[in-house]
Design a protein around this ligand. Structure first.
Ligand code: WTA
Length: 633
């Protein structure tokens, strides 16, 4: 921990240093701080631009930064067309295994063919540049195909995590005003079917904008297909229009570097999730560079990021990052313990995975089953491991390092956010590692820890984590809500990006992220807002008022605890608590289900009527309640 007199340090091995594409992180950081624009311009040279930029960074209208101003490109072109002109045409782009063990592989050539066909399908349905398309699918290859096809035609994809339920999906379709929804009949998770199409049908009962639903057949269970609205993916892909152009090519839309690529909803401090907007140009440069440098990704690597493509980690590091680098990316449909707790390790062995990137919650979950499960498999092909989503506790770090990495794989603990698009604080393999610290900012990123007034805190002190300069993959705005973008991120410290996290910095300049300081809870690495859980509770007829907090949990990192005031005429009971948990699961999704519901008569509030969640949290943990001067009597 940060205050340890002698923190544990794992120096890089000579082999790791020899292979590293960046031998000296500090040297790169100095170069970038001397000339940020030159630094990123050099990275941008790796890609194809239909027209070069006039200026790398335009900061004349802060905080609405622009990158690669005037340039034209398309990220899908850089993910596919750029590679099929080379020997990589026949390299594997994507390897997929279904939960039931099915295998599908796509070379760059094959992936491009599918993307072109689907782009033709989208165009034939009238999808044009700037249109929004909602994608609500399981983890199947058609998901990245749909994302890339949207990018190719210039549409803005909005992927909604396949674990969200009706209300959450409905709100996101409506807010994005999508005309098209792409889904599956169902998806496999833990041996059970998630009824995706049924959830879409429910959500669409109240969405006026959606004209067409495209359905991938995955499970084959019966679903309703509304004539004139719903089409099977495979039927559309077989139509002459899909194959209309010679060689099933499809023209790539020429995009401005600053044109939107996707929006992704994430939880914040209000009940309404916000759509984080990312662009074609800057996002491309940031995501590819960070993946290559932090994981030292090589041509011959087999990369596996276990995230769901419905979250930013999947967008940046299952789909766009690896394909931009011409890498081979592995994707698995189902649960890590299905049918046994060795499922992941058996696939690491079977597919020869060399670089593996997952979340602390998964590591803690699998640790519980003991070493015998991973030890049944040959994991010697692994050379690099990664972690993301929340701070990794040193105990899980050591287990991951020793049992999975056999003591030879660096653990790249990447701190970043949906908003940042790319890794922001992360070790590069050539750096010494400290379990539990994400180490230092990526070259070009200036991070610091501030106190309430905006003064950097002393070494070892806790404060607010901030980012002091722009980076290419930064969010550009909140879709439809630029004021909220300014207020939420750029107002607490004018001109400085407020992350919402607390952190410490040690004497070596290593950052130790502690957790969220706002009303965001990280449950099993998934980001949820207290307000989302509270509004789901209050929508139940028995509930008058509710407060949600996150409390430490051994496997999940944090778990949701809620305090509920019932309406007159309703009595607390075990059965009602159970009913409320199911209600939240139904409204928002299974991940939002509270761990515990406590019925109370009152909630601690400020005089202005705001619930003081920090007081609830302190009480629940038996800690000091802190400054209570604003607490109502
Ligand atoms: C947390 C996920 C500590 C943090 C990419 C951040 C982390 C939030 C780490 C963003 C890490 C992510 N160490 N904390 N390596 N990575 N976080 O938007 O609180 O789902 O603000 O993006 O996750 O969550 P999001």
């Amino acid at each position: 921990m940060p205050n340890d007199p002698q923190p544990e340090i794992y120096p890089p091995s000579p082999e790791v240093i020899a292979a590293a594409c960046v031998k000296d992180r500090d040297e790169q950081a100095v170069r970038a701080s001397r000339d940020l624009e030159a630094f990123w311009a050099e990275r941008a040279q790796e890609f194809e631009w239909f027209k070069p930029w006039d200026k790398v960074l335009d900061d004349s209208n802060k905080p609405f930064f622009k990158w690669f101003v005037g340039a034209r490109t398309n990220i899908a072109y850089n993910c596919l067309d750029r590679h099929i002109k080379t020997w990589r045409r026949n390299k594997l782009a994507l390897i997929w295994e279904g939960e039931k063990g099915e295998l599908r592989t796509f070379s760059y050539h094959a992936l491009n063919r599918e993307v072109c066909r689907f782009a033709n399908v989208l165009r034939s349905m009238g999808v044009k540049k700037g249109d929004r398309v909602t994608i609500y699918m399981g983890r199947v290859p058609e998901l990245p195909i749909a994302m890339l096809a949207c990018a190719k035609v210039g549409a803005v994809h909005s992927v909604v995590y396949g674990g969200f339920s009706v209300e959450a999906l409905h709100g996101r379709i409506e807010d994005s005003q999508s005309n098209i929804v792409i889904t599956c009949d169902g998806s496999w998770m833990n041996g059970k079917i998630v009824e995706l199409k049924n959830i879409v049908d429910e959500a669409l009962k109240r969405c006026a904008t959606v004209e067409h639903v495209i359905v991938v057949k995955r499970t084959g269970q019966p679903v309703q297909m509304e004539s004139g609205r719903d089409y099977w993916f495979d039927d559309l892909m077989g139509l002459p229009v899909a194959k209309s152009l010679p060689g099933t090519r499809s023209d790539t839309e020429v995009m401005d570097a600053e044109d939107p690529l996707f929006m992704l909803y994430t939880s914040g401090t209000t009940g309404k999730p916000k759509a984080i907007l990312h662009t074609h140009g800057g996002y491309m440069v940031g995501v590819a560079t960070t993946l290559q440098w932090a994981f030292d990704l090589k041509e011959e690597d087999r990369w596996w990021c276990t995230a769901d493509p419905g979250w930013i980690t999947g967008h940046s590091y299952i789909v766009y990052g690896p394909l931009l680098l011409g890498a081979t990316s592995f994707m698995y449909e189902g649960a890590p313990t299905f049918p046994y707790p060795n499922r992941w390790w058996s696939m690491v062995e079977k597919y020869g995975i060399t670089v593996f990137y997952t979340a602390p919650t998964a590591i803690r979950g699998l640790m519980r089953f003991g070493e015998a499960w991973p030890n049944r498999h040959d994991l010697s092909g692994l050379r690099m491991l990664g972690s993301v989503g929340e701070p990794i506790n040193p105990e899980a770090w050591r287990w991951y390092h020793r049992v999975i990495g056999k003591g030879k794989c660096p653990i790249i603990d990447t701190w970043w956010q949906t908003e940042t698009g790319m890794f922001m604080i992360t070790p590069l393999p050539s750096m010494p590692l400290k379990p539990g610290s994400a180490s230092k900012p990526f070259p070009g990123v200036e991070a610091d820890v501030y106190d309430e007034s905006g003064t950097p805190v002393a070494v070892g002190e806790e404060g607010f984590l901030v980012l002091k300069n722009p980076w290419p993959a930064m969010m550009r705005t909140i879709y439809n809500d630029p004021d909220r973008y300014v207020k939420q991120y750029w107002t607490k410290y004018p001109g400085v990006y407020f992350t919402g996290d607390s952190a410490r910095k040690d004497a070596d300049g290593y950052f130790w992220v502690i957790g969220r300081v706002d009303d965001v809870i990280k449950v099993s690495g998934y980001r949820l807002g207290t307000a989302e859980v509270e509004s789901a509770l209050v929508s139940h007829p028995a509930v008058a008022e509710a407060a949600a907090i996150g409390l430490p949990h051994e496997i999940k990192g944090h778990a949701i605890h809620t305090y509920v005031i019932l309406k007159a005429g309703h009595e607390p009971s075990e059965a009602l608590a159970e009913e409320l948990k199911i209600h939240v699961g139904h409204e928002t999704g299974p991940i939002a289900k509270p761990e515990k519901i406590t019925f109370v008569k009152q909630l601690p509030k400020t005089r202005s009527g705001k619930i003081m969640r920090r007081v609830l949290k302190a009480r629940a943990q038996g800690l000091s309640e802190g400054d209570l001067t604003t607490l109502e009597e």
